[in-house]
Ligand binder design. Structure first.
Ligand code: UDP
Length: 249
């Protein structure tokens, strides 16, 4: 499957027609993969955090998760790209595993106590053929974290969703992916909150109009400061595009 890479503020974004199909192939070929779901907020964090920028650059797959990234690709690079929210890619992957009867070991890590377990129950109720889904909450002591690493090493899950928020989850995956070198690792942000019913997602019409961020702001007003990253991204995008360029190939 061909992949095209574009540069958004010096960060890669990969464009593939079928992301979940591509990931499934990697899973079956046992090729370890880190998936980053890039949005404007993360891109702005990467401007200030060189470790995060390096992790994104090293990820095997970076998908256009946010409206800012998609509009950058459309308006500045003239690429007709569909937004692919990370939560939807994760859902597509789980559904494909179920439909194809692939008995993969899954691991959900992150969220408040019981949230990842509830998210696992939600999926197992929908797709009983999914098999084992082990879970671990995202709030714990250093000792527990050591235990978690041992569990991952023993279990060798093939798909590991990490929902610790940005940039914690990206840095955690980069530091720990060697424990399960053949796994597909995806930073899924607050997806467990949605699947467990703790929070709700924006109505589809908002998402389809690149306005999902507005709904999140309405639901979680404390995000306003973080969301200043959006206008900052737009401004930087214009400056960067016209004065620096180099698209990746
Ligand atoms: N979280 C966690 N451990 C922490 C901090 C956060 O497991 O130490 C979880 C939190 O419960 C939530 C997710 O990380 O489920 C972050 O979700 P958010 O929607 O804020 O993600 P982002 O917007 O950063 O992608």
């Amino acid at each position: 499957m061909p992949t095209k890479a574009f540069s958004v503020l010096g960060l890669p974004v990969h464009v593939i027609t079928n992301y979940s199909g591509w990931l499934l192939e990697r899973l079956q070929q046992k090729i370890g993969t880190h998936v980053v779901t890039l949005n404007a907020e993360m891109a702005m964090q990467a401007e200030r955090n060189t470790t995060l920028a390096k992790v994104i650059q090293d990820a095997e797959l970076v998908i256009p998760d946010g409206a800012g990234v998609v509009l950058y690709l459309r308006w500045l690079l003239l690429q007709k790209v569909q937004r692919t929210p990370g939560i939807e890619l994760a859902e597509a992957l789980l559904k494909e595993l179920g439909q194809k009867g692939i008995d993969a070991k899954l691991f959900f890590y992150g969220g408040a106590p019981k949230v990842a377990a509830k998210a696992a129950d939600f999926w197992l109720a929908q797709i009983p053929s999914l098999g084992v889904v082990e879970t671990h909450s995202g709030y714990h002591s250093l000792e527990e974290e050591q235990q978690l690493r041992q569990t991952l090493t023993q279990l060798q899950p093939q798909v590991i969703f990490v929902g610790l928020g940005v940039p914690r989850q990206e840095l955690w995956i980069a530091q720990n992916r060697h424990l399960c070198p053949q796994a597909i690792w995806i930073g899924v942000g607050g997806s467990f909150d949605i699947w467990s019913g703790t929070k709700s997602r924006a109505p589809a019409w908002l998402g389809n109009n690149n306005l999902e961020w507005l709904y999140r702001l309405y639901q979680e007003p404390w995000r306003w400061r973080r969301m200043l990253a959006l206008p900052e991204f737009a401004l930087k995008a214009l400056i960067y595009r016209f004065y620096e360029l180099p698209p990746l190939n």
